[in-house]
Design a protein around this ligand. Structure first.
Ligand SMILES: *Cc1c(COP(=O)(O)O)cnc(C)c1O
Ligand SMILES: [Zn+2]
Length: 373
């Protein structure tokens, strides 16, 4: 039976209930039997909705899509070692968040909800705003007032109501959480349907490798919507008998804000309350990830690890990767720095996949500044 399950009290709800968390306040997960008719899938248009039987939106008429997804996967040489990179900065709104937005906003349309709220460092807000614009759904997007101007302009251009909140990323999250008492929360970390979209990353990688799994996947981790989705995706492929192993999942965090890396490396059951320092990787600057324990559990089950990268390593990565022809934002370049560290330990024949998550055009001023330093 397909359903929503509460992670705190095991309460169960129908997939057609308009809720984003349990009555007890707990986080919800989607329990859904995904299937992969590989021959049929191969003949479909090349977007993430080709995995139709694995996405818990009930009626096709509710799908909100720009034919996004099935992003290119290209080999990139790192000092003689090859890594396969998924170019997710090429999504319609310029970040991988469109994976989650397409599936979540489709679900919101299915639930006949007319207005939502979301909070974001910029990219999730832009993605939700764009898909809501397409579906004719109103949205308020909460962002920290330090958000780069390119991201603010993008969110507003889609017709969303922009709510700039002074203070930290956490102050913004609190303001949105409060607003969500009276409005459906299209949160990329609370709402389980967003994560049902990010999981399509794993499906695409699998199909692009000839329905096989790589040895390891290196991903940035802020609130963990990507890491969790990718873990769920590989788990579903394993359960369906398509692959026989889940790849090692390697999370990259900024040294200045690395609560999950700290908890993982100390083998602690708690997520430490850290005093975060500023980072140019604003998209992964999350000091209290709501699904923190779930993320660490996923990384552990995959026999993966966490890597942290310093501000100077991220800046160096921005300069290096742009020279290779990839114009990506600093948050996205943090992964490049993480790949460099990971490759020092990796075995020569390891099949490694990673991702470029966000487009450089969103943060052009920031990149220019880094180049001139
Ligand atoms: C949101 C975001 C991330 C981090 O994703 P989480 O799901 O929050 O872990 C990484 N890179 C970019 C460009 C982002 O927008
Ligand atoms: Zn509950």
């Amino acid at each position: 039976m397909d359903k929503l399950i509460c992670r705190s009290c095991n309460g169960e709800f129908s997939l057609s209930e308009a809720i984003w968390r349990c009555e007890c306040g707990g986080l919800l997960d989607v329990d859904f039997r995904a299937s992969f008719p590989t021959e049929k899938i191969g003949g479909r248009p090349s977007g993430l909705w080709r995995y139709r039987e694995a996405i818990p939106v009930l009626d096709d008429r509710n799908i909100v899509s720009f034919n996004e997804g099935f992003t290119p996967m290209v080999p990139l040489d790192f000092n003689g070692k090859k890594v396969l990179i998924k170019l997710d900065y090429l999504f319609p709104t310029g970040s991988f968040k469109d994976r989650g937005a397409s599936v979540l906003v489709s679900k919101i349309k299915e639930l006949r909800i007319k207005k939502v709220v979301e909070d974001s460092s910029g990219n999730a807000g832009a993605a939700i705003a764009a898909y809501c614009a397409k579906a004719g759904i109103k949205c308020d997007i909460f962002v920290p007032d330090y958000t780069p101007p390119g991201k603010l302009a993008q969110i507003e251009s889609y017709g969303a109501k922009l709510r700039k909140i002074p203070g930290t990323r956490e102050d913004t999250a609190n303001a949105a959480f409060k607003a969500a008492e009276n409005c459906y929360y299209a949160s990329h970390y609370w709402n389980p349907f967003f994560i049902q979209g990010t999981k399509t990353f794993a499906f695409e990688v699998c199909e692009q490798l000839g329905w096989d799994s790589p040895d390891s996947v290196i991903l940035p981790v802020g609130s963990g919507s990507l890491m969790l989705g990718v873990y769920i995706g590989w788990s579903e492929l394993l359960n369906a008998g398509i692959i026989d192993k889940i790849p090692r999942l390697i999370g990259v965090q900024a040294e200045n804000c690395a609560p999950l890396a700290i908890s993982f490396n100390e083998n602690s059951d708690e997520i430490p309350s850290i005093e975060k320092k500023e980072t140019i990787a604003e998209g992964i600057s999350i000091s209290t990830p709501v699904r923190g324990k779930q993320i660490i559990d996923a990384v552990k089950r995959s026999k993966g690890a966490f890597i942290t990268v310093s501000e100077s390593e991220i800046k160096e990565a921005v300069r290096w990767i742009c020279k290779k022809g990839f114009y990506i934002e600093p948050t996205s370049a943090a992964v490049v720095a993480g790949i460099n560290k990971y490759l020092k330990e990796s075995s020569p024949d390891e099949v490694i996949v990673s991702i470029f998550t966000g487009h450089g055009l969103k943060t052009a001023e920031k990149i220019a500044k880094i180049l001139n330093e």
